[in-house]
Structures are given as C-alpha cells and as structure tokens.
Design a protein around this ligand. Sequence first.
Ligand code: GTP
Ligand code: MG
Length: 252
Amino acid sequence: MAGLVEIIIPVYNEGENIVRTLEEIEGSISHPHSITVVYDFEQDNTLPPLRRFMESGRADIRMLKNSYGRGALNAIRTGFESAQREWCLVCMGDLSDDMTAVAAMLAKADEGCDVVCGSRYMRGGRQIGGPIFKSLLSRIAGVTLHFIAGVPTHDATNSFKLYRRSLFDRIRIESDGGFEIGMEILIKAHLLGCKIGEVPATWRDRSGGESKFKLFKWLPHYLHWYFLAFRGRFQRAPARMRAGSHGMNAAA
Ligand SMILES: Nc1nc2c(ncn2[C@@H]2O[C@H](COP(=O)(O)OP(=O)(O)OP(=O)(O)O)[C@@H](O)[C@H]2O)c(=O)[nH]1
Ligand SMILES: [Mg+2]
C-alpha cells in the first residue's frame, strides 16, 4: 500500500473556500495523510478560518509561510521542500479539485507510478465551468502532448497531481512563473523514464474568492515545457540527459 501522503495546498485569500476544501479532503480521503497549507502573508483572509479548523482537531494540518516570498509556484516549492511523507499531492484551496479521485491515484501509485495526474481530458474526466479560452488551450496542450509527444496523460496542465517525493532528488525545479511547475515536473519525469499514470478527475470552477491565474503572463512558461516534451520525443537520448542533468533537488 502507498505510504503516507502530504497534501500541499497553496492559498491566497481563500477564506471563503478553505474550510469546505478541508472538509472535502477529510470526507473523501481515508488513506493516512497530513495537510500543509502554504500562505504568503499574515493578513491573508484564509488564516482565521484555517486556524479555527485546526483548533477543532479534525485533521492533521500545518500552516507554512511561503519561504520564497509570494506566488503560487513559490508556495508549492515551499511545500515540496518541507515535505516529509513518501507522497506529495498538490491540490487547490478553491474546491476545484476532485478529492474522490485520490483513492484511484493511490492505486496507481501502488502500481509503481512516480507521478499520477488527475485528468480532465481522459474518458470519465470532466471540466465544469472556467474560462473558455484557457480551457481550450489547456485541452489542446494535453491532447497533443499525449497523442503526438507520447506523454502518458491527456492532461499535463492540471496542477492536481500526486508525486513520489523521492522524484524531487532527481529533478531540479526551474519554473519561475505560476502553475507550470506541475507540467515541468511531469515532462522531466517522463523524459527520465519514470512511470506516469492518470486517473479521471472532475475540475470545477471556483464559486467564491478570486482567480489569480495569469494566462498571458504564464503562457510562455507553459510553452517552454511543452516544447521540451516534443524535443524529447524526437531526440530521445539527449532530452533524457538534459532532464537528468537538471538533477539534485527541488531547492534550485
Ligand atoms: N500562496 C499562494 N497561493 C496562491 C497564489 N495565487 C493562487 N494561489 C492559490 O492557488 C490555488 C489556485 O489558484 P487559482 O487562482 O484558483 O488558479 P487556478 O485554479 O489554476 O485557475 P482558475 O481557478 O481558473 O483561476 C488556490 O488555492 C489559490 O489560493 C499566490 O500568489 N500565493
Ligand atoms: Mg482555481
């Protein structure tokens, strides 16, 4: 059976959503887990309801301040670097991710996968709401990476992924934009020959709070890793070496 899971949640003013997110996690995940919520600043409106939930003792939760200043990417890196468990699951604090998919993700981990992707674009997966242009780009990226570049998931851009923590000893994270960090790790893991799995997952648009996704600012960062996957497909050996040479750990 897969070992303990650390659930990493980056948050930025998720006061309206955090408690329901935590309740969904506790209601849906029976596998042993702990939760790390990574925030940027003390005035963040997520913190008061989060503290109340922690005081209720209903879950094993810790709050962690972003060690790199601000931004979702830095928050996720902070979570990875402080993680202690065998597995890291990244999920959002706006109720967008499908916690009922986690059991199937862990089953894939048991089959030897190093990365398991929550997939909106495979059979059984769904996307409910969200900006149409962003969704279209994400779907095109996922499907072309799968069918042309040979990446073993239909949904490379979804941040909702389970990672074997030891993978971070082999991959140096270079992303400096936003949520493309998940795509970077996926593509590098694939080029290193790691086993990648996917399970169907439903993604819902947020009903409270505000989106911080910066599509046009982050698009070039996504494209960088998109093209690395294609180069890897057609120049297999050099790309593998490049992925490996990014090597050591997440604390780039
Ligand atoms: N620590 C930290 N977390 C952030 C930051 N920006 C976003 N997040 C969190 O990251 C998660 C996802 O952010 P969203 O803005 O919803 O982005 P998204 O889910 O990729 O895209 P949309 O839902 O379509 O906007 C949420 O839990 C946010 O609170 C940030 O600057 N710092
Ligand atoms: Mg969101």
